[in-house]
Every structure is written in structure tokens, then in C-alpha cells.
Design a protein. Structure first.
Length: 80
């Protein structure tokens, strides 16, 4: 039974590492998705370049929000 706390701690560290390693993926994919969505809408509905800019900015904002959420979840797991 003395091995049980070490095993629990190990799995907790793996879970935190998994969450934190997801941050770069979010930081890349959200703005790229915003860019491609804005570019698609610009071409489809003949909107100006502001659509691409607006959706890319929205992607950056949502990426930052998601990173904050991931960090809060990992801190909650750390404090358990």
C-alpha cells in the first residue's frame, strides 16, 4: 500500500502535463481557424478584408480564453 500515493501523484502529474501540452495546439489552431473562416466568408459574401482580420482577432481572443481555462483546470488538479 505505500506505493499507492506515489502512483496517484504520478497520474496527477501526467494529467497536468497532458493539459499543459495542449496549450500550443490551442494557440495555433484558434487563430488559424479564425483566419480561414474569415477568408471563406470574405470570398463567399464579397466582404472586405475586415472579415478576415476580425475573425483572426476573435481566434486570438478565444485562444487566450481557452489557455486561461486550461491553466485554471491544471491548478485545480494540482491543489487536490
Amino acid at each position: 500500500m505505500p506505493d499507492e500515493p506515489r502512483k496517484k501523484e504520478f497520474y496527477r502529474r501526467i494529467k497536468i502535463f497532458g493539459l499543459l501540452s495542449f496549450i500550443p495546439i490551442v494557440l495555433v489552431s484558434a487563430p488559424l481557424t479564425g483566419y480561414f473562416l474569415g477568408d471563406f466568408l470574405r470570398k463567399r459574401f464579397s466582404w472586405g478584408n475586415y472579415a478576415t482580420l476580425a475573425f483572426t482577432a476573435l481566434g486570438f481572443i478565444l485562444a487566450a480564453k481557452e489557455v486561461i481555462r486550461i491553466i485554471r483546470i491544471s491548478m485545480k488538479i494540482e491543489n487536490e
